[in-house]
Ligand binder design. Structure first.
Ligand SMILES: C[S@@+](CC[C@H](N)C(=O)[O-])C[C@H]1O[C@@H](n2cnc3c(N)ncnc32)[C@H](O)[C@@H]1O
Length: 384
């Protein structure tokens, strides 16, 4: 078996345990720096598009699927790891080490280098650069797993069927695969594992933002509903020593959260509450968090989830929804792209603040404060 076809059941490497065990995650850059960086990127792209013949720009965009697919194939073959350990290398050496075809490998890496991922040196050898280095295994951000998840055949086939969503508003994933993405994960645990790691990487970046932006001083017990493996909850507890936590997710997920909670030194402050947020969540917390949950579902289903959470709460207790906010006429290229992923794959959507407020009003909550941030915003509601 070559690395390119490596056994998907092989456990994924843990991110740097020693640092995670002793300290909170490093904070995100300031909101202004992220906003300016993303805006500049967007403006520069528009400027260069204006200066180029439109047919070349359209070719570039229409064939972007090739770059995405290559990202996934190169990530699966662990080429970035190889170059980090033994680079610079020519394509023949990469191909030999990874069981790939030398000519195809050269052409793939050459194309990626031409768009800024990997560097092609004057001597014809390839080496990592800032972007390709992000594809190494075992990083805290798990960008490699993100690349693999988004380019997985099941996800890519859903994207290729986007015309179905355009025509009907239905999920193309369900149209193509005949089941919801959650049922798909039940039947394909390897893909669920990759998705879980990609999600942990995203949350690893968002968690310090949530832990820093929200005033946790007057909270005693926080319940993370659909909290995955505890990436967010562990960061909140790490940064706020007075807090105790409840992690609520499917039984198997709660079980696999134990390791991370222990590594981060907060397991003794967390109660695991396996169960479904469609049926019951535990009472007794004074703050309930839903991070990247509502965006997975259509409005009717969100109302069901919110009513179940509301039932666990007393009047005056608080709910914190942590998601990207995407306004109706948003020009945010990342938020609008994430919204499409939700639309195609799981009948969900990235919502505006007003849309979240409407859901709150319909389910027994009064909208309260908003703490905006470019990557994840916090929208608070109070149980009536
Ligand atoms: C997109 S992930 C978000 C995970 C976590 N909140 C985060 O932001 O990293 C969705 C989570 O919802 C959980 N989930 C899905 N259906 C659920 C249900 N019926 N009850 C509880 N959790 C559920 C999944 O197991 C997964 O951990």
């Amino acid at each position: 078996m070559t690395a390119a076809t490596r056994d998907p059941r092989r456990p994924l490497p843990s991110p740097s345990k020693t640092r995670a065990a002793v300290a909170p995650f490093p904070g995100a850059p300031p909101a202004l720096a992220i906003r300016v960086g993303l805006r500049a990127r967007s403006l520069l792209r528009r400027l260069t598009d204006r200066l180029s013949p439109p047919e070349l720009v359209v070719f570039d965009r229409a064939t972007a699927i090739a770059e995405g697919a290559l990202f996934g194939a190169i990530a699966r073959a662990d080429v970035a790891d190889l170059l980090e350990e033994r680079g610079p290398l020519d394509a023949a050496a990469v191909a030999e080490a990874r069981g790939l075809d030398a000519d195809a490998t050269h052409r793939a890496l050459r194309a990626l280098a031409a768009s800024g991922v990997f560097t092609l040196r004057a001597d014809g050898r390839f080496e990592n650069n800032r972007l390709s280095r992000a594809l190494r295994s075992g990083t805290d951000e798990r960008t490699r797993e993100m690349a693999i998840y988004f380019t997985s055949p099941s996800n890519a086939e859903a994207w290729l069927a986007c015309a179905h969503t355009l025509e009907t508003g239905e999920s193309s994933f369900e149209h193509v695969h005949g089941k919801t993405v959650w049922e798909w994960f039940d039947a394909h645990p390897d893909e669920r594992e990759i998705f879980a790691h990609a999600m942990m990487g995203i949350t690893r970046v968002d968690a310090p933002v949530v832990a820093r932006l929200y005033p946790f001083e007057d909270v005693a017990r926080v319940c993370d509903v659909g909290g995955g493996r505890g990436t967010l909850l562990s960061e909140i507890l790490k940064r706020h020593a007075h807090l105790r936590g409840v992690l609520c997710d499917a039984a198997g997920v709660c079980e696999s959260a134990r390791q991370l909670l222990a590594e981060r030194g907060v397991a003794h402050r967390v109660e695991l509450a396996p169960g479904s947020f469609f049926e019951r969540v535990p009472s007794g917390a004074d703050l309930y968090v839903l991070k990247n949950i509502l965006h997975d579902w259509d409005d009717d289903t969100c109302r069901v989830i919110l009513r179940v959470v509301r039932r666990a709460m007393q009047p005056g207790q608080r709910l914190l929804v942590c998601e990207s906010l995407v306004e109706k006429n948003s020009r945010d290229p990342l938020g609008t792209r994430a919204d499409l992923q939700m639309m195609m794959v799981c009948r969900g959507r990235e919502r505006s603040r007003a849309e979240l407020h409407e859901l709150f009003e319909a389910t027994g909550f009064a909208p309260a404060r908003t703490f905006p941030f470019p990557t994840v915003s916090l929208v608070e509601a109070v149980a009536r």
